[in-house]
Ligand binder design. Structure first.
Ligand SMILES: Cc1cc2nc3c(=O)[nH]c(=O)nc-3n(C[C@H](O)[C@H](O)[C@H](O)COP(=O)(O)OP(=O)(O)OC[C@H]3O[C@@H](n4cnc5c(N)ncnc54)[C@H](O)[C@@H]3O)c2cc1C
Length: 412
């Protein structure tokens, strides 16, 4: 197993060495994650996609390996990993399965980040160990009428005596039905605008939290995407993780970690698609020659390689600069924008290079293309990411006439 791994990834390992100055400890972690991904995750990837079942046993193994909640401080059971560490692990796991990598991202980015940086001691003590033990938290922002325009969300948090009562509808909640912990974005006391929004921690056992339906989706199968209803969902004031005021902008800062994680997933998937294509052109013959001898395909491979290198640099930079905290919003948006679009192109080109076999379900290329397509949509569409970037390029008055000022905090 190890020999096969070494030979299939040697090209990429050399490329990474030149690309970014990873320390020996980073490389060791990367190797551990690669070994786990190829030995434990890769053999199950097709089955998880086909069965569309959350891979509970693999999540348990992720936890045993220390990849769930690895960013959590040691005092709460984690290993205090940086965002770059978790990014390297995510990329390796995504090379085997995008959906398993998604679990790693959720267990290491937005929700744990918000808990670590904004949580009270008792919130940390209760929830961080859950994540480390394998409970992937869910983040509930999106609503029927608030997708990109996240700051228009309507889920209400109303104070009634000594409790808060939540009412609203959430859509597209990854892990809805399997997660024990939901970070719900809600509007407090009807206060308008982003300043009225805060974050509340709701447990799955709360009778006011209901799973309405799980949607059937194109890719990333194995992760339930649920509509979640909050119906007279009663929580104590201690459940408020981030109160309104500057709450929404604080939550979005934490959310930027998830963007870097998403970019790492897209990168890992596209790298594997590229690796497949590079091997295939050296095996498949047409017109009496290996198809890799045709310059048309050589140029495709060169473009794919260039896109992967550029994307990797952006992802590692955003993660590295974040350290243990939050990435710069524009660095995160740039990393996700470039990686999402390039990963779709690279994966599609890899499928094309395989001809009919690329289109068949006997090879994983079609699954990878279905999986990677999501990253131009979820967690900030590529249009919204462009808005975030533009907001730093131009002075504020350029956005006055726009329906919404794309300042990177009002949109998702
Ligand atoms: C698989 C999956 C998992 C998800 N997981 C979660 C989750 O766990 N939690 C959660 O809260 N949400 C989740 N989402 C929701 C996701 O974040 C939203 O789908 C995303 O933010 C876009 O919102 P929307 O789908 O409502 O599209 P819309 O906002 O309706 O956008 C429709 C189109 O209009 C474009 N558009 C909108 N506004 C602008 C603008 N100002 N300028 C230019 N173009 C614009 C968009 O780019 C898009 O092309 C998930 C989605 C998917 C598909």
């Amino acid at each position: 197993m190890r020999t096969r791994l070494a030979s299939s990834s040697s090209f990429e390992a050399t490329a990474q060495q030149r690309l970014f100055d990873l320390t020996p400890a980073h490389r060791e972690l990367q190797n551990e994650a690669r070994r786990f991904a190829q030995e434990v995750v890769a053999p199950r990837a097709a089955e998880i996609d086909e069965s569309d079942r959350y891979p509970v046993d693999i999540v348990q193994k992720l936890a045993e390996e220390g990849f769930m909640g690895m960013v959590v401080p040691q005092a709460y059971g984690g290993s205090n990993a940086s965002l770059l560490n978790t990014t390297l692990v995510t990329e390796e796991i995504a090379k085997a399965s995008a959906v398993v990598a998604r679990i790693v991202v959720d267990a290491n980015t937005a929700v744990p980040g918000a808990l670590i940086h904004y949580g009270t001691e008792s919130q940390k003590q209760r929830y961080l160990p859950w994540i480390v033990a394998g409970d992937k938290p869910a983040i509930a922002i999106t609503e029927p009428d608030a997708g990109s325009a996240a700051s228009e969300l309507e889920t209400a948090a109303k104070r009634e005596g000594d409790i808060y009562v939540l009412n609203g509808e959430k859509r597209w909640i990854s892990g809805g039905g399997i997660s024990r912990l939901y970070l719900v974005f809600a509007r407090f006391e009807g206060r308008p605008g982003p300043n009225g929004i805060g974050g509340v921690l709701v447990e799955s056992t709360n009778p006011g939290l209901k799973i309405d339906r799980v949607r059937k989706i194109m890719g990333l199968r194995g992760m339930p995407e649920a509509d979640v209803l909050l119906q007279d969902c009663r929580v104590p004031p201690e459940a408020v993780l981030v109160p309104p005021g500057d709450g929404f902008s604080k939550l979005m800062r934490a959310y930027n970690r998830q963007r870097v994680g998403a970019a790492a997933i897209a990168l890992g998937v596209a790298q594997t698609a590229f690796d497949h294509a590079l091997r295939y052109v050296q095996q498949r013959k047409q017109f009496g020659r290996f198809i890799g001898e045709f310059q048309g395909l050589q140029w495709m491979l060169a473009d794919m390689h260039a896109k992967l290198e550029a994307a990797r640099l952006l992802v590692y930079r955003a993660a590295s600069n974040a350290g243990h905290a939050f990435p710069d919003p524009v660095e995160a948006a740039t990393a996700k924008l470039v990686t999402a679009e390039d990963a779709i192109e690279v994966t599609n080109a890899a499928l094309q290079i395989h001809g009919a076999m690329g289109y068949s379900c006997e090879l994983p290329l079609e699954r990878m293309l279905r999986d990677v397509r999501m990253y131009a949509i979820g967690g900030g569409t590529t249009q919204i990411l462009r808005n975030v970037i533009a907001s730093r390029l131009l002075p504020k008055h350029f956005f006055k006439s726009a329906p919404r000022r794309p300042n990177g905090t009002q949109e998702k």
